[in-house]
Design a protein around this ligand. Structure first.
Ligand code: ADP
Ligand code: MG
Length: 209
C-alpha cells in the first residue's frame, strides 16, 4: 500500500528535485525551446506544495486535485496545463482513498497519461513527456500483472522512463515549441520528458523507503 503520507512526501520530494534541477531543465529547454521549463516547473510546484498543509488530512484524490488546480493556474507554457491535466486525471479515480494498492497506482499512472494524451495530442515518438510517461505505464502494468510488488513494478517503470527520456534525444520534435525547429530539434533531450522522469523517480524513492 502507498499511504497518503507517502503521496505527500512524493510531492515534496518532486518539488525539491525540480528546484535542484531547475537550471538543468532550463538549459535543456534553451536548446530546443524558450529556456523556461525549469522556471515554469519550479514556480508551479513550489506553489503546489505551499497548498499541501491545507489538504494534509484529506484523501489522496483531494491532495492530487489541489496540486492540479495550482499547476493549471500558476504554470505558464505547455507544461502547466499538461502536468495539471496529469494530476487532475490521476486524482479523479483516487477520490476518497487514504492509501493505494498496486492496482490503484496503475490506474493513477494510466489516467494521468490518458489525460496528457487527450489534452496534448502527442503520440509516442513526438519527443515529449509522453515518451517517458507511456513506457513507464506499460512497464508498470506488465510488472503488476506478472505479480510483482509495487516497489519492483515502480523500479521497472522508472527504468523504462529513464530509457524513454534518453530515447527522446535522437527524435524529431513534432509537438510544442521544439517542433518549430524541425530537424534542429534532433540531438537534444526533451525537457518535459526529463521532468516526467524525475517525477516517477521521486515516487519510487518514497515508496522504496
Ligand atoms: P513551453 O514549451 O510552452 O515553453 P515548457 O517549456 O514548460 O512549455 O514545457 C515544454 C515541454 O512540454 C516539452 O519539453 C514537452 O515535453 C512538453 N510538451 C509540449 N507540447 C506537448 C504536447 N502537445 N503533449 C505532451 N507534451 C508536450
Ligand atoms: Mg519552454
Amino acid at each position: 500500500m502507498v499511504s497518503r503520507e507517502q503521496i505527500l512526501q512524493w510531492l515534496q520530494a518532486f518539488a525539491a528535485e525540480i528546484t535542484q534541477n531547475k537550471q538543468y531543465l532550463t538549459e535543456l529547454d534553451a536548446a530546443i525551446g524558450d529556456a523556461d521549463h525549469g522556471i515554469n516547473m519550479d514556480r508551479g510546484f513550489q506553489k503546489a506544495i505551499a497548498q499541501l498543509p491545507t489538504v494534509a488530512n484529506k484523501d489522496i484524490g483531494s491532495i492530487l486535485k489541489t496540486v492540479s488546480m495550482t499547476l493549471i493556474s500558476s504554470i505558464g507554457g505547455a507544461s502547466g496545463p499538461l502536468y495539471g491535466t496529469w494530476f487532475l486525471r490521476a486524482s479523479t479515480d483516487m477520490a476518497g482513498k487514504q492509501e493505494l494498492t498496486e492496482q490503484d497506482l496503475l490506474r493513477l499512472l494510466q489516467s494521468g497519461l490518458n489525460g496528457v494524451l487527450q489534452r496534448g495530442k502527442a503520440q509516442l515518438g513526438d519527443k515529449t513527456m509522453v515518451d517517458v510517461l507511456s513506457p513507464a505505464v506499460v512497464a508498470f502494468e506488465q510488472a503488476v500483472s506478472g505479480g510483482e510488488d509495487k516497489v519492483t513494478a515502480l523500479q521497472q517503470a522508472v527504468a523504462a522512463a529513464e530509457q524513454g527520456m534518453k530515447d527522446t534525444t535522437p527524435m524529431l520534435a513534432k509537438k510544442g515549441r521544439a517542433s518549430y525547429l524541425g530537424e534542429r530539434s534532433i540531438g537534444h533531450q526533451d525537457p518535459g520528458a526529463t521532468s516526467a522522469y524525475l517525477m516517477l523517480k521521486c515516487l519510487l524513492a518514497v515508496v522504496q523507503d
